[in-house]
Design a protein around this ligand. Structure first.
Ligand code: ATP
Ligand code: MG
Length: 498
């Protein structure tokens, strides 16, 4: 069978350093081709060349046998190649419907019609997104849904999904995979980039693995298993399973109660929720999209405000607090590490060092201090080493890092503040297997050193494996507390849904 697309010895270098080296890659009509590799391996770069976002520095691309060069993403789209980006490319100040039809302007003129057809289209995909909502009011998962819908709407022949499932719930994932199956029967060729190896094994026909910009394995999915993939990705075998069931003696006992939340409410998202957080343990928080889990903790961290009337009370060390800004919460030692790294996590045009430095500035004991350039470099070097942040060189802007490495910078930035209460929101989203183990180690160490750690996650094995206690959030409220010893994926899911 002639491939729809063939990339021959394709390369990309940034400032002379190769990010992708002489990779051969091809895509057949009606196949799902999983593209795997560690953070920074070159997955996004390779596919961006296919989608006209990045110009290759060497090699060639053939579309149905004829050489093509896409100068822009719209040129690629015109040839039938669409890409759903890992970092959202939606326009925040426009509505969902406007974003969906961006490019087909005639729809914009008939606004009402746009909303109705967008509503029907989103419904046909089983995506619960309000077409009239402004994109900047949506959480990461819903933005991802809009991105996916947009690519499908363009009737592309090739669709590249760069980590489409990272923030979807199991239910939404099922819908998404059913959608992929439908696209496949229509002959659409699909690239599926993911760190969820089980999903890749389950849904793909072929697998290509990159390491340090080079292709290290390619073949039929039937010839791979998890161990083989990991060995090819990291070039060695990782010992031990990532997720193990907790044993009774591994549970941390609750320390002093630092934070107590009573009946807080905010609009329709947070309704009369109450819970406490203790020092020296990890409080895991699970909830479906729209359950209010992120909104609840953003109130705690001063990022959003609770209702002025009947908004409830929050006490920190028995002292009632009401933060008007995140900086005020940080000054009290409460730090929120965002799930939405693109819009809230960092200043993308600044370097890694400057971003970490920005974090330190907000730390209470450094508020008035001026840090020298040398100190700043040392600090950055320390954290990039501790978190194993990989970049092409020292001066890399954060926007130039791979997705997973950006996540590590966001975490580093939070920890530089030396918090007492640290709230992680989806800490390992988009992070590769080796780095997940690393981030889990960091989170465990923080709890061991006495911090009150909150970890919001929609990945059940992560919740079960890391938490000392599990809070389940549903319809704006914490509805259940479970011990990881008695909990199972089914029990948590049941509490989150019923
Ligand atoms: N615009 C850029 N300027 C400089 N370096 C870049 C740029 N874009 C990517 N890189 C570098 O190229 C390498 C490959 O990055 P890429 O984003 O393709 O990785 P990835 O496999 O998609 O990783 P992840 O799983 O973290 O998303 C990384 O070292 C990254 O820092
Ligand atoms: Mg990437």
């Amino acid at each position: 069978m002639t491939p729809l697309i063939r990339m021959e010895r394709i390369s990309k270098a940034y400032r002379g350093v190769p990010a992708v080296r002489e990779v051969d890659f091809d895509l057949r009509p009606g196949e799902i081709h999983a593209l795997l590799g560690e953070n920074g391996a070159g997955k996004s770069t390779l596919t961006k060349m296919m989608a006209g976002v990045v110009a290759p520095s060497g090699g060639r691309i053939l579309l149905e046998g004829a050489e093509v060069r896409f100068a822009t993403p719209s040129a690629a789209l015109a040839a039938g190649i669409a890409m759903v980006f890992q970092e959202t490319s939606l326009i925040p100040s426009m509505t969902v419907a406007q974003n969906l039809y961006l490019g087909s302007e005639r729809f914009l003129n008939r606004l009402r019609g746009t909303y109705i057809s967008a509503q029907q289209f989103l419904q046909s995909l089983n995506f619960p997104v309000d077409p009239a909502a402004m994109v900047d009011t949506l959480g990461a998962a819903k933005r991802q849904m809009v991105e996916i819908a947009r690519a499908v709407h363009h009737n592309a022949r090739v669709i590249i999904f760069d980590e489409p499932t990272a923030s979807l719930t199991p239910e939404e994932k099922r819908h998404f995979f059913a959608l992929l199956a439908r696209l496949k029967t229509r002959g659409v060729a699909i690239v599926f980039i993911s760190h969820a190896l089980e999903e890749a094994l389950q849904i793909s026909d072929r697998i290509t693995i990159l390491r340090d910009g080079e292709r290290v394995a390619q073949g039929d999915t039937a010839d791979f298993d998890r161990e083989k993939i990991i060995a090819a990705m990291v070039g060695r075998t990782l010992s031990g399973a990532l997720y193990r069931k907790r044993s009774p003696d591994s549970l941390r006992k609750p320390g002093r109660k630092v934070l107590s939340v009573q009946d807080i409410s905010q609009g329709r998202m947070v309704r009369n929720t109450s819970f406490s957080v203790f020092e020296g343990q990890i409080t895991g928080v699970f909830g479906l999209i729209g359950s209010g889990r992120t909104e609840t903790f953003k109130i705690v961290a001063g990022i959003t405000k609770r209702d002025f009337l009947r908004g409830g009370t929050i006490t920190l060390d028995d002292r009632p607090v009401r933060y008007l800004t995140p900086a005020a919460a940080v000054a009290d030692g409460i730090v929120y590490v965002t799930e939405d790294r693109k819009t809230e996590g960092f200043f993308e045009t600044m370097s890694v060092a400057e971003n970490l430095f920005g974090g330190l500035l907000a730390a209470p004991h450094h508020r008035a201090a001026i840090i020298s350039l040398a100190e700043m470099r040392a600090l950055a070097a320390d954290w990039t080493a501790r978190l194993n942040v990989k970049a092409i060189d020292d001066s890399a802007r954060v926007v130039e890092l791979s997705g997973g490495n950006q996540q590590k910078v966001v975490i580093g930035k939070g920890l530089v503040q030396k918090p007492r209460v640290v709230i992680f929101d989806e800490p390992t989203r988009g992070v590769d297997v080796a780095a997940i183990a690393e981030i889990h180690r960091i989170i465990n160490n923080l709890a061991d050193s006495g911090l009150a750690v909150v970890m919001i996650s929609s990945y059940l094995p992560e919740v079960l494996n890391l938490s000392d206690r599990i809070l389940v959030c549903r319809q704006g409220r914490i509805v259940e507390e479970l011990s990881p010893l008695e909990a199972s994926e089914e029990k948590i899911m049941y509490a989150a849904v019923h």
